[in-house]
Design a binder for this molecule. Structure first.
Ligand SMILES: NC(=O)C1=CN([C@@H]2O[C@H](COP(=O)(O)OP(=O)(O)OC[C@H]3O[C@@H](n4cnc5c(N)ncnc54)[C@H](OP(=O)(O)O)[C@@H]3O)[C@@H](O)[C@H]2O)C=CC1
Ligand SMILES: O=C(O)[C@@H]1CCC=N1
Length: 390
């Protein structure tokens, strides 16, 4: 008998009398495999243990004290609508690019918040840099309690850190998949096929949402590999970046054939908590990764070099590094908040000073822009290449 078989799988009327459930639990008409939470405006599996756990989450407790419906837009970094049983459509937007247009078009879809089944439990296969960036933000944002997260890796080098956060850890990837509603796959591309091939078929209709962050690997490949684990696997391919750890990330995702708009909303709810989050067509994923996911490394290198320049010219190291980092943050904020073209902003710096334009001439001589463009190009093609090898 599988792990899930021991749980009751049908809604029970008597739960409405239990002290920790009665305030919020609602039956879902026509679907007794689910229970709804009137405070969080979401649906949960009608598993008694999930419901008891849900009542202990930071999110539920916060919503229980709040009781208002919040309208939100995707990409604003906040969670989905919640509150009383009142149903209100939430407008979600996604960037959709067509190949023959230069500018992206924003399309809108209406979905009801009560269609969203929020994950009760999260799993991570692979617990390195990106898993930790995601996980620490989910905890910081109170999206899920640490004891509802399970993470795996072969060694203890990363898992030991996660245990200090209260996260459960294991060396068994199957345990992660069996115990989670949402499974982040965070291993290197060259290990992916081996890791997924070792997953056992799931029992008792347990069908988690799989979210791969593995660079380059297509939805079609992921769906094929996971079809031995569960029929019609729900798969999302996603590209977060490490600034997600400080809620300044930009995350992109694209959905597989068996996912629903609710899955997209769960993605926005989870990944949007870490910065911006947009759904894009799959054919843009590798290039988006080249800019947004590799990009932080380019910028760290730039900050390091700028700080070195300051030190060379006599500044103390710490002052020089702080100035360089704050300046990059400020320049990025100018681009985002003024809407001006970066070239115009650059001209505004050069207009009053002969120093900057002289320095720009040096950057041009050393093919600064060419170097960055080529870096994005090679990161994109390398990602595509790695994905094809899987
Ligand atoms: N870093 C980034 O900025 C981004 C990374 N990505 C993608 O995320 C993925 C992971 O990258 P990153 O976090 O940087 O890599 P890391 O090397 O930091 O982490 C890899 C993790 O995978 C674990 N691992 C190795 N073998 C297995 C296995 N058989 N089963 C389960 N776990 C295993 C490692 O275990 P152990 O702890 O024992 O070493 C480690 O925890 C890559 O596919 C990358 O493309 C995507 C976007 C951004
Ligand atoms: O280089 C890597 O493998 C990952 C993908 C994007 C950022 N880091």
């Amino acid at each position: 008998m599988g792990k899930w078989a021991k749980y009751s799988k049908r809604y029970k009327k008597e739960w409405e009398k239990e002290a920790n459930l009665k305030e919020w639990i609602v039956a879902v008409e026509g679907d007794d495999s689910k229970a709804a939470c009137r405070f969080c405006n979401n649906r949960l599996r009608a598993h008694h243990s999930d419901l008891v756990t849900h009542a202990t989450t930071v999110k539920h407790k916060r919503n229980a004290g709040q009781g208002t419906v919040v309208k939100r837009e995707a990409g604003k970094g906040k969670r989905c609508g919640r509150g009383g049983p009142k149903q209100e459509a939430v407008t979600v937007t996604a960037l959709l690019d067509t190949k023959d247009r230069i500018e992206s078009t924003v399309f809108e879809a209406k979905i009801c918040p009560d269609e969203v089944v929020n994950p009760a439990s999260l799993g991570f296969i692979g617990s390195g840099n990106i898993a930790q960036a995601l996980l620490t933000t989910f905890l910081k944002e109170g999206l899920v309690d640490p004891h509802l997260i399970i993470a795996s890796a072969p060694s203890d080098s990363n898992l030991a850190k996660l245990r200090t956060l209260g996260v459960r850890t294991t060396h068994d990837n199957n345990e992660v998949v069996r115990s989670s509603d949402l499974v982040f796959v965070c291993v290197k591309p060259d290990l992916l096929s081996e890791v997924l091939a070792d997953l056992l078929p799931l029992e008792d209709e347990h069908s988690p949402l799989f979210v791969s962050v593995v660079a380059g690997v297509s939805l079609a490949t992921l769906e094929e590999m996971l079809s031995s684990v569960v029929e019609n696997p729900r798969v999302v391919r996603s590209m977060p970046n490490t600034p997600s750890a400080v809620s300044q990330g930009c995350c992109l995702f694209t959905r597989g054939t068996h996912t629903s708009p609710s899955d997209a909303e769960v993605m926005r709810s989870m990944l949007g908590s870490m910065g911006t989050c947009d759904e894009i067509p799959e054919y843009h994923m590798d290039a988006a990764c080249g800019v947004a996911c590799s990009g932080p490394a380019f910028m760290y290198m730039a900050i390091e070099a700028l700080a070195d320049g300051g030190v060379k010219m006599g500044l103390p190291r710490q002052l020089s590094q702080t100035l360089a980092a704050q300046m990059v943050k400020g320049a990025a904020t100018m681009v985002l908040e003024t809407g001006k073209h970066p070239g115009q902003l650059k001209d505004e710096v050069c207009s009053s000073s002969t120093a900057t334009i002289t320095a720009l001439h040096i950057l041009e001589r050393h093919a600064f822009r060419n170097a960055l463009m080529s870096a994005v190009e090679v990161s994109t093609t390398k990602g595509t290449e790695l994905g094809k090898k899987v």
